[in-house]
Design a protein around this ligand. Structure first.
Ligand code: SF4
Ligand code: SF4
Length: 336
C-alpha cells in the first residue's frame, strides 16, 4: 500500500467510515464445501440464511452494486459469495466500472468457470482462488471446482491461491510443503496465502486445529516462506496466528471492513464470517495481516494499533453526531 492510500484510509476512519467493503454479490454457489461459513444457519445472525435472501441479477445487480460502492466509497472492495463467478456476465460490466473509480478490487472464487484475462492483467484487480489442500482432499471438498478444472480455468492468468488450513491437513507432516511446492511451480500463480480454519463458538469439527497443530503451522510457514517467494506472508503476519485478536473489538480487520450480504441491505457481523466466530481460534489471513500492521511501532515506540483505536473512537463519535453511521453498527450490537 502506498503512503497516499494509508492516509486516505486513515481519513476515512476519522470520518467514521470503513476503508474496506465486502459484498456477497450472489446467494448462489455450485459448490457445497464442508465448513463453509457463508451458508451457516447463523451467518446472518439467525433467522434468514444466505440462501433465503432475495438477490439481484443482470443490470439490476450491476447498478445496485455500484450504488452501494458509491455510497461507501471504499478503498478496497472484496466481491465474494456464494461464488461471484455465478454472476460472471454482470462482473464483466462491473469490474472495469469499479476499477475506474480508483478502487482496489478482490474477487474471491473457486474458479469453477473461466474468467476474462483482462481482470488479472489489471494491477488493481486481484482474483483469489480458494484451493483447500492437495488434489485428493480438495477434489472431494470442492467438487465441481476440482484441480483439473481450476488448472484449465486459470490458464494464462495471474491469480492468488488461498488455502484454508484444516486439522485434517496438519495430521500429515509435510502437507503444507507439498501444497506450496505444487502451486509455486505454476506460472499462473503470482502469490500464495494461507488462512487457518476459524470455527464458530462451540463448534467441534475435524477442521479445527489443536494448539500444537497451530504452532506447527507457524513453524512450517516461517520455513516455507524462505523456500518459496510466492508465499506472500511476512513473518510478523505469520506470528499473529499464535495470538489472534481477543474479540471483534480488538480486530482491526473487523472494525475497518463493512460486510454486506446478497440482498445488499443485510449487514454481516462481527466480521465476514458472521454468526459468533471464535476469535481465540481465528485464522483469517486478513485479520492477521492487519494485526501485524497494528503491532508495528512508529518511531520504535508508539504501536499503530493505539493510533488506530483513537482514530476509530473519533470517527465513531463524529459519525454519531452527524447521524451517518456508514460503519456497520452490527458488530457492536452483537457484543452488547
Ligand atoms: S465455494 Fe465458498 S461459498 Fe461456495 S460452498 Fe464453498 S466455501 Fe461456501
Ligand atoms: S473471528 Fe472475525 S472478528 Fe474475530 S478475530 Fe477473526 S476476523 Fe476478527
Amino acid at each position: 500500500m502506498q503512503t497516499s492510500e494509508v492516509l486516505r484510509a486513515w481519513k476515512k476512519i476519522l470520518q467514521g467510515e470503513s476503508p474496506s467493503l465486502s459484498i456477497e454479490i450472489t446467494r448462489e454457489c455450485p459448490l457445497r464445501c464442508p465448513g463453509c461459513y457463508a451458508y451457516d444457519a447463523d451467518h446472518l445472525g439467525g433467522g434468514k440464511t444466505l440462501r433465503d435472501l432475495s438477490d439481484y441479477k443482470g443490470d439490476e445487480l450491476v447498478e445496485n452494486i455500484l450504488q452501494v460502492v458509491d455510497r461507501y466509497q471504499p478503498l478496497h472492495l472484496s466481491l465474494v459469495g456464494g461464488d461471484p463467478l455465478v454472476r460472471y456476465r454482470e462482473l464483466e460490466q462491473l469490474v472495469p466500472r469499479i476499477v475506474d473509480r480508483g478502487i482496489h478490487l478482490q474477487i474471491v472464487t473457486s474458479a469453477f468457470r473461466p474468467f476474462p484475462i483482462a481482470w488479472t492483467q489489471n494491477p488493481r484487480v486481484n482474483v483469489v482462488v480458494s484451493i483447500d489442500g492437495l488434489q485428493p482432499e480438495h477434489d472431494i471438498r470442492r467438487s465441481p471446482a476440482t484441480y483439473q478444472r481450476i488448472l484449465s480455468n486459470i490458464a494464462g492468468q495471474k491469480v492468488t491461491v488461498h488455502c484454508t488450513i484444516t486439522g485434517q491437513m496438519m495430521k500429515r507432516p509435510g502437507y503444507l510443503d507439498e501444497f506450496v511446492q505444487f502451486w509455486s511451480d505454476k506460472q499462473e500463480v503470482k502469490k500464495i496465502w494461507f488462512s487457518i480454519f476459524t470455527p464458530q463458538m462451540g463448534d467441534s469439527l475435524p477442521e479445527i486445529l489443536s494448539s500444537d497443530e497451530r504452532a506447527q503451522v507457524i513453524t512450517d510457514l516461517n520455513h516455507l516462506r524462505k523456500l518459496y517467494p510466492k508465499l506472500d506472508m511476512p513473518p510478523e503476519m505469520i506470528q499473529q496466528f499464535a495470538t489472534p485478536p481477543a474479540s471483534p473489538k480488538d480486530c482491526i480487520f473487523a472494525q475497518t471492513t463493512t460486510s454486506i450480504s446478497a440482498d445488499l441491505t443485510s449487514f454481516i457481523g462481527p466480521c465476514q464470517f458472521g454468526g459468533k466466530p471464535d476469535c481465540s481460534q481465528c485464522g483469517c489471513a486478513a485479520s492477521m495481516g492487519l494485526a501485524a500492521v497494528g503491532d508495528y511501532k512508529l518511531a520504535g515506540i508508539i504501536p499503530v494499533k493505539s493510533i488506530f483505536d483513537l482514530s476509530f473512537r473519533v470517527g465513531r463519535s463524529r459519525a454519531k453526531r452527524q447521524q451517518t453511521p456508514l460503519v456497520s453498527e452490527k458488530p457492536f450490537q452483537i457484543l452488547q
